[in-house]
Design a protein around this ligand. Structure first.
Ligand code: 3EB
Length: 342
């Protein structure tokens, strides 16, 4: 299958999106125009703007310098609005959405279930019903023991909200990230990219598919694909949160640089797997990629940055963020994009 397969449905043009980090000074121009699908600020210093295309991600940038803004820029005019607290923007081919729910007294399971049921209902009525990529940020992700751990309870609620049953396996799961915020606010933030056309899920041959994780990791295996190849050639490979997991086991406990190396090996394996379907993708991470690097301990930021600098081309944009990975022994997780148009 080539990436340039013709688009079906009612699409007038293939979906295409520029996705990049840019200087905050560029933001006003983008917000004033009609091509911005979404823009993200990071951490406590991010501006507060009342615009459905603008999202403050509650993770603090690490490593000094001025925090960039992430922008998703469409080639077609974008409409946007809010629907009972759910923010959306769409160019007709792609849809950005965001939902933030306070955890009431009923906990993360119920909050995740409510969030995902709401998103599912919204998408079912949308011209862009196919989830490609989701990001989930929740507080105290590894709090609680055994099956009561909040990440495991999040997984139960997410699957229930999505309407996934026990034996549903990989039925159209999006690529995803689920990671812990460090600011102590019990607010679940979910944002996503959906499309008019379904994407092609890609799994990693070095890792057991997360939706097949054995029982020891919780009552509900996590509902995500390792990566998603959108239809058409105008979007990059969307890579899920990836850590030093091989098979289903965490490797290199306590060794952050070894975890970075293992994670990069996983990312390379995903790129290799995606290139079977999209041979035009660059063979390695580089200038056409973009990474978000989630670091558990702020004190590890320099070691992580140093290891990345050693292993990756300097032209590869990367943003280090302070976040709690969902397994206690994992010190770093990386997600990103690969095959951005030059
Ligand atoms: C892992 O590979 C690490 O629950 O949505 C990565 C990406 C992880 C997404 C999710 C979890 C999720 O299992 C954790």
């Amino acid at each position: 299958m080539s990436r340039a397969r013709p688009i079906g449905g009612g699409g007038l043009r293939p979906a295409a999106l520029q996705m990049r980090y840019l200087e905050a000074a560029e933001l006003p121009r983008l917000l004033a125009g009609d091509r911005l699908l979404a823009a993200f600020g990071f951490g406590a210093g991010a501006p507060r703007l009342d615009d459905p295309r603008w999202l403050r991600v509650p993770l603090q940038p690490l490593g000094g310098g001025t925090a960039p803004v992430e922008a998703w820029i469409s080639q077609a005019p974008v409409r946007h609005g809010r629907d009972a607290g759910l923010a959306w923007a769409s160019d007709g081919q792609l849809l950005f959405g965001a939902l933030e729910l306070e955890e009431g007294g009923d906990g993360i399971h119920a909050t995740a279930q409510r969030a995902y049921a709401r998103i599912r209902a919204f998408l079912a009525a949308s011209p862009c019903p196919h989830l490609l990529r989701m990001w989930n940020y929740l507080d105290a992700i590894t709090e609680g023991e055994g099956d009561a751990e909040r990440y495991r309870q999040f997984c139960v609620g997410r699957a229930a909200g999505l309407g996934i049953g026990a034996g549903d396996g990989d039925c159209r799961l999006p690529a995803a990230t689920a990671i812990g915020r460090c600011d102590g606010r019990r607010v679940l933030q979910v944002y996503w990219l959906a499309a008019r056309e379904p994407g092609l899920a890609v799994e990693n041959p070095r890792q057991l598919s997360a939706y097949r994780y054995p029982r020891q990791y919780g009552p509900q295996p996590p509902s995500f694909a390792r990566a998603m190849l959108p239809a058409g050639a105008g979007l990059p490979l969307l890579i899920s949160g990836t850590a030093a997991i091989v098979g289903h086991a965490s490797l290199h406990p306590g060794r952050v640089q070894a975890q970075v190396d293992e994670t990069l090996a996983n990312l390379q394996a995903l790129v290799d797997a995606a290139r079977v379907h999209a041979p035009g993708l660059p063979p390695a991470l580089g200038a056409g990629s973009l990474l978000k690097v989630y670091v558990r301990q702020a004190s590890d930021a320099a070691a992580v940055a140093e290891r990345l600098a050693r292993q990756l081309p300097p032209a590869l944009p990367r943003l280090l963020l302070h976040a709690q990975v969902c397994r206690r022994e994992l010190l770093v997780e990386i997600d990103g994009l690969h095959g951005l148009p030059a």
